[in-house]
Design a protein around this ligand. Sequence first.
Ligand code: PLP
Length: 445
Amino acid sequence: MTDHVFYRNLKKQYKEVSHGEGIYLYDTDGNRYIDAASGAAVSNLGHAHPKVIRAMEEQARKVAFSHLSRWTSPAIRELASLTATLAPGTLNKLYLVSGGSEATESALKMARQYYLERDGAASPKHRIISRWKSFHGNTIGALSMTGDKRRQKYMPLLLDFPHIPQCYCYRCPFSCQPETCGVECAHALETAIKEAGPENVAAFIAETVVGAACGALVPHRDYFKIIRQICDRYDILYIDDEVMAGFGRTGRIFAIDEWDVIPDLICAAKGMSAGYSPLGGVIAKDKIYDTFKNGSGSFVHGHTYGGNPLSAAVAAAVVKVLIEEDLAANARTVGAYLLQNLREKLLPFAYVGDVRGIGLMQGVELIKNKATKEPFPAGAGIAEKLTITLMKHGVIVYPGTGNADGENGDQFLLAPPLILTHSQADELADRMVAAFAEFEAVAKT
Ligand code: PLP
């Protein structure tokens, strides 16, 4: 049969998924895989969770869609109130969209409009500072904030937003060692603000833990405190992109709680509805909401499916399961156990440079030379090849990033469902070790 699907990668062979159960996915040939990527760090409750399916069914019977221009719903209000209870500080207002890029785009526009409402139409504050080796989404605004190779071919279309170096300790952009680290990567924000002119800058955006662009980079314990202080000093909003790290993945409901810092806006998606229905959101501080309310009275934005009752009911059910089953705590303990196991078993391989992460958000960096940290050649596709070997061993990881800019090793991300047990973590580690051993011969060539 002719296949009419316009695939993302037109040269790749795609597996056909049959069904999922818990942490496992099955293909239509009957093979079973550990979904150690949760799709794309999405399926945080695993597959086919009965409570979420029930909530979805119940809501679909009542009403699946009504538009936010006129309607709210009990499901939307319940989700917003759950989010307000869980989010830190006065982040009490939830703006709903349908995914991560829509969330970061919305935050960008919210930051811009906040200063227009507060300071008047002449406010020049519009630029958003972000970081290299980051990912904030694929739409043009989100891609302008993104700092990895995905943006290169669209450069003429992108907004002129400044980027600062990443908090990449394994390859510190400031050549620091842990003992000499002065968290220069955080202080770099101040330099960038001065260069852009604080009067022109609306916000700084950062992933709490870097995901897709650079394999689970966990910032220094002082990083976000310094960021918060700098943002306050120059009257700039701090946008925390928790599209991947939020809703339990790092061992906290919101990853930023690990740093005990309160952002102005939090972007969420993925784990918030755990893949059962597309959903994203921006959680805003009261001061931002009140500025809009007391100003023009509206946020000039919106996407058709944002805030549909079906996705909201699904997300409310997901969040309740997350709390009832204490899955953030599980991610913390099983994540720490898995990370230690993987460090012990994978770091001895000559081509494994770094195994890092927090909770169940972990990354592996592959390198050609351990002593010099020399990466594999750009275009060798080592991470992609290894992910295929891992699949042969029944493990799906988040597709690796190659070394297109020549500045880092190939990497991939591990983000299993937060329901992972200790024995499943053992099964995952054993399968990975077998795949890594088989791959040794390829890595040497
Ligand atoms: N922000 C972060 C941190 C992400 O990891 C992603 C997706 O991986 C996005 C934004 C974009 O989300 P989406 O793919 O749902 O548009």
